[in-house]
Design a protein around this ligand. Structure first.
Ligand code: ARG
Length: 611
């Protein structure tokens, strides 16, 4: 089981040095201490520390201006008298900054900004630590159980590009929280209990009467679904039969239940093919049907507490955000019923502290209503967080909803297949088929195709609609997986060329810190160390494209470093030509590569040593 790996490592309690700290958070902590001790008579003084846009300044503290405002607004008098200016406050804060090895310069700028730069020696030491201990961030103090509900296709229906987005984005979000040391549950809430089963079951029992002894040879469930739908729309008798099948299924009548399981199994195998290609692991299926018995309890409970209203034979649960349809007039349960029972289960049984649902934003209303109802029914206590991450729709080159030429839903397996073909063409265009063995080429093809599809999706702001284009995602310029994977390979080959016989990790172990001085070295080192800050930001905002922008910028900053800073120098003297290796720079290359590959892993992208 690999999904606990990161969190387990965290449990081993590595020494403080082993963790990468976000500069921003470290700076915030220092300022918080300084401000609380310098403004003792203020309750909750504002702590505001941000990254600085000023050249030569890393972070700035803006609290002094806010403190003055608070003092005036609240009519408070500072102990030093009321004639203080932001500058006075800033200076007092500066005097109270605890002794530390993080800040090198601390300067007050009008009207009361405090500008700080991060100390170069500290940077050089942290890069050394990163090489020695690997890329870890300090686990968040408040370890939570976080449940991420993603992918969640519907049985017997085609898994479509919306589910692909949910799978890719959800998996990335789960990886991020796991990396931060949380206990993450990945749940696939498949649609396996809806009314679509009525017609499927009616058609199945009709067409394959011996289904109990001979599992039906349905290879194309999609076609089977269509057949059933045609009958449902045209045959009155069939329609009645279909309705009764749903009722019999929901009563868990053995024959119906067996037929239902057979259908689910066929779908499951198809879904698994997609997950295998995408490298999705540890995603546990707990579909709508799982909560059936709980739905009965929940409806009873709500009725007992008078939270359910009757509306033309339907039972509804009203809230300020809208209503949930709990029981239909025919007595059946709905998507709403299963989701409410499911929230209750996730909190009470699975002990989730935070539940994140990843679906298209078309379901936003559903989730807002669900969350409100879950609170109203007290199934969700105030300390449990419910979050909906709603993403935009996938559109094609024609700016319309992504469909095949004939207007059908695109089959994900076909799409992935085409990605592989295009990736192979790209590799051939680069002449890689001449360098790589057949196995290597195949591995590269798959990694590239999947990497590109995932990266293209995540690198866009998820709230916006997203245009699916193989041409764009396989472009080797710009913010694409191809560009990044090649940059990473290039950095690795620089390291290899240096022919350093001692492993870089050991080289780092032998020194207390790297020796970096050139402005571009420092700039790159700082950028590498910005990684934890970005991860925390993504976890906080649930906008993974920030991580992609960071990766892209990192590789640009690397190129700018490499342009001016020779890692391997040719030295020509009277004895001929020799090469001189700058070990500190090689170590910096290695640190860059480790952070890049860690970031790519978190995005769910496989990196290959050869591609
Ligand atoms: N099966 C649903 C769909 O395809 C998504 C389910 C999302 N999760 C949930 N708990 N409602 O749209």
């Amino acid at each position: 089981c690999t999904h606990t790996k990161d969190s387990e490592k965290k449990m081993q309690n590595l020494s403080e040095d082993a963790y990468l700290c976000s500069f921003l958070h470290t700076a915030k902590n220092l300022f918080e201490k300084a401000i609380t001790s310098s403004c003792q008579n203020l309750t909750n003084p504002p702590i505001s520390v941000t990254q600085s846009q000023i050249r030569g300044v890393d972070y700035q503290c803006n609290s002094a201006m806010q403190i003055i405002k608070k003092v005036r607004d609240e009519g408070l008098i500072l102990s030093d008298g009321s004639k203080l200016s932001p500058k006075d406050i800033a200076e007092s804060i500066v005097r109270h900054i605890p002794k530390n090895d993080v800040f090198s310069t601390v300067a007050v700028a009008p009207p009361g900004f405090i500008n700080v730069t991060i100390d170069q020696n500290y940077i050089c030491k942290k890069i050394r630590d990163l090489l020695v201990y690997g890329v870890h961030v300090k686990p968040e103090e408040n370890r939570k159980r976080i449940l991420v509900d993603y992918s969640s296709p519907n049985i017997a229906k085609e898994m479509h590009v919306g589910h692909l987005r949910s799978t890719i984005i959800g998996d990335c979000i789960a990886n991020i929280f796991e990396f931060l040391g949380h206990d993450v549950l990945r749940v696939n809430h498949v649609g396996d209990w809806g009314t679509q089963f009525g017609m499927l079951l009616a058609h199945l029992t009709d067409k394959y009467p011996d289904f109990l002894t001979n599992p039906p040879p349905i290879s194309n469930l999609q076609a089977f679904y269509k057949e059933a739908k045609v009958r449902f729309d045209n045959e009155e008798e069939f329609k009645k039969q279909a309705y009764s099948c749903v009722v019999r299924l929901q009563a868990k009548e053995p024959d119906m239940y067996t037929a239902w399981k057979q259908i689910c199994e066929i779908s499951r195998k198809e879904f698994q093919k997609v997950y295998d290609i995408l490298g999705i692991k540890n995603l546990t299926e707990k579909g709508e049907s799982y909560y059936h018995d709980l739905m009965v309890d929940v409806v009873n409970d709500l009725e007992k507490r008078n939270l359910i209203e009757d509306s033309e034979g339907r039972k509804i649960f009203n809230s300020s955000e809208g209503h949930l349809l709990m029981v239909k007039s025919d007595g059946g349960f709905t998507y709403d019923t299963s989701d409410l029972a499911c929230v209750k289960y996730r909190i009470e049984v699975e002990k989730a502290d935070k539940i994140i649902y990843v679906t298209d934003k078309g379901q936003q209303n559903h989730f807002m209503t669900l969350f409100e109802c879950a609170r109203k029914a007290t199934y969700c206590p105030p300390n449990v967080e419910l979050v909906h991450v709603g993403f935009g729709v996938v559109i094609g080159d024609d700016n319309k909803k992504f469909k095949t030429r004939s207007g059908d839903t695109v089959r994900l397996l076909d799409l992935l297949e085409e990605g592989m073909k295009r990736a192979l063409a790209k590799l051939k265009e680069k002449g890689r088929d001449e360098v790589l063995t057949e196995d290597e080429l195949n591995a590269a093809k798959a990694a590239l195709a999947v990497g590109c599809i995932k990266y293209a999706d995540i690198s866009h702001d998820l709230t916006l609609d997203y245009k699916f284009s193989f041409d764009r995602m396989l472009d080797d310029r710009g913010n694409t997986a191809v560009y990044l994977l090649y940059s990473l390979t290039r950095i690795r080959s620089i390291i290899k060329k240096a022919n350093v016989t001692t492993p870089v990790e050991q080289l780092a172990r032998e020194v207390p810190a790297l020796k970096l001085q050139h402005p571009r070295e420092i700039r790159l080192a700082k950028y590498v160390l910005k990684f934890p800050e970005i991860i925390l930001q993504v976890a906080n905002e649930l906008r993974p494209h920030t991580l992609c922008s960071y990766l892209f910028d990192l590789s640009v900053v690397f190129s700018e470093f490499y342009e001016q800073c020779y890692c391997i120098e040719k030295v020509v003297n009277k004895d001929g030509e020799t090469t001189k290796v700058n070990f500190d720079r090689i170590m910096l290359c290695e640190a860059t590569a480790s952070v890049m590959s860690k970031a790519l892993n978190i995005l769910g992208i496989e990196t290959l040593s050869k591609m």
